[in-house]
Design a protein around this ligand. Structure first.
Ligand SMILES: Cc1cc2nc3c(=O)[nH]c(=O)nc-3n(C[C@H](O)[C@H](O)[C@H](O)COP(=O)(O)OP(=O)(O)OC[C@H]3O[C@@H](n4cnc5c(N)ncnc54)[C@H](O)[C@@H]3O)c2cc1C
Length: 378
C-alpha cells in the first residue's frame, strides 16, 4: 500500500490534519491503534480558551476560535460549540499584575478579555464563592468556551473520509522506515505502507513514535484525572479556572459539572489507574469554589495524559528527517488549538507559506533558552 501522507493517531489533531490535507487533494491515511478519539481527545474537558500568557498560544487559540465559530457549517455537522466564556480567578496582587499584562497582550491581539470584580463574577457565575476561592477578581473572555470533543473529531474524520482520506482503526504503528535520512513509510501490525510524509500526532505516545524514527522528543506523558457529577439545574455557562490551584470546571449542557485538578499523586509515565486522592482533593476544592456543589454525587472519574513539553508549547513541523512531521506536545490545550494547528501542518506538508510563523514551535527551540507558558491548569 502507498499514500502521500501517513498520519499516526486519530485524535482531534490527526483527524483535523487528514481533513485539511484531503481538502487540498492529498492522498492521506490515518493509522489509529484503537478507535477515533480513544486517546486524550475523548478524555478532555474540551475547553477553548484564548487567555494565554504567551503570544504563541494566544494567537493559535484566537485563530482556532475563528475556525471553531464556522466549523459546524463548514463540516455540515454540529460540533456542540458553546461560547460561555472562561473565568480565570485572580488570587493576589502579584497575580493581578500578571493578569493585567496578559489582558493587555490579549487585547492587542484582538482577544476581548478583561478584568472583572465581585459583582460581575456573581452575575456571570452565581454559584461561585469568592471567599472559598480565595479570589480578589478574575479575568473573563466571553468568546472562550467549549465544544464537544467527540462530535468535533468525528466531524473532521467523516468529512476527511468523504474527501478521500482513509482511516484505519485498530491498526498500530510499530515502526517508521527511514532511508538516507528520508521517510520511506511505516510498519503497522497489519503490514507496511509506503509514504512520503509521516505525521506524528500520537498524543501522549508521541515520544515513543518519534523514537521509531530515531528522533528524541522532550515530551513526557503525565497522568491527569477528571470527573463528572450528576446533572443539576443549569446555573452557569462559563469554564472556571485557577492557575494557582490548577482547578478547572464547567457545567455541561445537560447540567453535569465536569472538571479536574492536579492530583496529589500526579506522576510522569503511563499510569492509567484513577486515584482516590484526586477524587478527595477535587471534591474538596469544588466545594470551596462552589459550596452548593458539596452535596452532589460524582458519577464517574477517569484518567488521561498530558503530553508535556518543557515550555508547555506544542512541537510542530519538520525534523532532521526529511518528511517526518511533528504535531504533539500539547499539554492541556491540544483540543482548543487543533483547528489552526491542522491548517499549519497541512501548509507545511503542501509546501505552502504558513499562515503564522512557526519557528517558536520548532523542535530546534529546545537547543536554546525557552520561555515557559505560565497560564496552565489541570
Ligand atoms: C483530563 C484532561 C483534560 C483536558 N482538557 C482540555 C481542555 O479543556 N482543552 C483542551 O484544549 N485540551 C484539553 N486536554 C488536552 C487535550 O485532550 C489534548 O491535548 C488533545 O486531545 C490532543 O489531541 P491529539 O489528537 O494530539 O492526541 P490524542 O487525542 O491523544 O490522539 C492520539 C492518538 O494516537 C493514537 N496512537 C498512539 N500511538 C499510536 C501508534 N503507535 N499507532 C497508532 N495509533 C497510535 C492513540 O491511540 C490516540 O488515539 C485535556 C487532557 C486531559 C487528559
Amino acid at each position: 500500500m502507498k499514500t502521500d501522507v501517513a498520519i499516526i493517531g486519530a485524535g482531534i489533531n490527526g483527524c483535523a490534519i487528514a481533513y485539511e490535507l484531503a481538502k487540498r487533494g492529498m492522498d492521506v491515511a490515518v493509522f489509529e491503534k484503537k478507535w477515533i478519539a480513544s486517546g486524550d481527545t475523548g478524555r478532555c474537558g474540551a475547553g477553548i480558551r484564548q487567555q494565554w500568557a504567551t503570544e504563541e498560544n494566544a494567537i493559535l487559540a484566537k485563530k482556532s476560535v475563528e475556525i471553531f465559530e464556522k466549523l459546524s457549517e463548514e463540516l455540515n455537522y454540529d460540533i456542540g460549540l458553546r461560547q460561555g466564556g472562561y473565568l480565570v480567578a485572580i488570587h493576589s496582587e502579584e497575580e493581578m499584575k500578571q493578569a493585567k499584562k496578559n489582558v493587555e497582550m490579549q487585547n492587542r491581539l484582538g482577544i476581548p478579555s478583561r478584568i472583572i470584580y465581585e459583582d460581575e463574577i456573581k452575575e456571570i457565575a452565581p454559584i461561585l464563592d469568592l471567599d472559598g476561592m480565595e479570589a480578589i477578581a478574575a479575568t473573563f473572555c466571553h468568546t472562550d468556551g467549549h465544544a464537544n470533543p467527540f462530535k468535533t473529531t468525528y466531524a473532521y474524520a467523516l468529512v476527511a473520509k468523504k474527501l478521500g482520506a482513509k482511516i484505519y482503526k485498530f491498526t498500530e504503528v510499530k515502526g517508521i522506515k527511514v532511508k538516507d535520512n528520508q521517510i520511506e513509510g511505516i510498519l503497522t501490525d497489519k503490514g507496511e505502507i509506503k509514504a512520503n510524509f509521516v505525521v506524528n500526532a500520537a498524543g501522549a505516545w508521541s515520544g515513543e513514535v518519534a523514537r521509531m524514527a530515531g528522533v528524541e522528543l522532550p515530551n513526557k506523558p503525565v497522568r491527569k484525572e477528571a470527573l463528572v457529577t450528576e446533572p443539576i439545574k443549569r446555573t452557569f455557562d462559563c469554564m472556571v479556572i485557577s492557575f494557582k490551584h490548577g482547578i478547572y470546571f464547567s457545567q455541561q449542557e445537560e447540567g453535569q459539572i465536569l472538571g479536574g485538578i492536579p492530583s496529589p499523586e500526579e506522576k510522569t509515565g503511563y499510569y492509567f489507574e484513577p486515584t482516590f486522592s484526586f477524587l478527595k482533593h477535587m471534591a474538596f476544592m469544588l466545594g470551596k469554589y462552589a459550596p452548593q456543589l458539596k452535596h452532589i454525587k460524582i458519577l464517574r472519574q477517569w484518567t488521561g495524559f498530558y503530553d508535556v513539553t518543557p515550555d508547555a508549547l506544542p512541537i510542530l513541523g519538520k525534523t532532521s528527517i526529511e518528511g517526518f512531521i511533528q504535531c504533539n506536545g500539547f499539554s492541556g490545550h491540544g483540543f482548543m488549538i487543533s483547528p489552526m494547528v491542522a491548517k499549519l501542518i497541512a501548509q507545511i506538508i503542501c509546501g505552502e507559506k504558513t499562515a503564522l510563523p512557526i519557528d517558536n514551535f520548532s523542535i530546534e527551540r529546545f537547543k536554546g533558552k525557552i520561555f515557559k507558558e505560565k497560564a496552565v491548569v489541570g
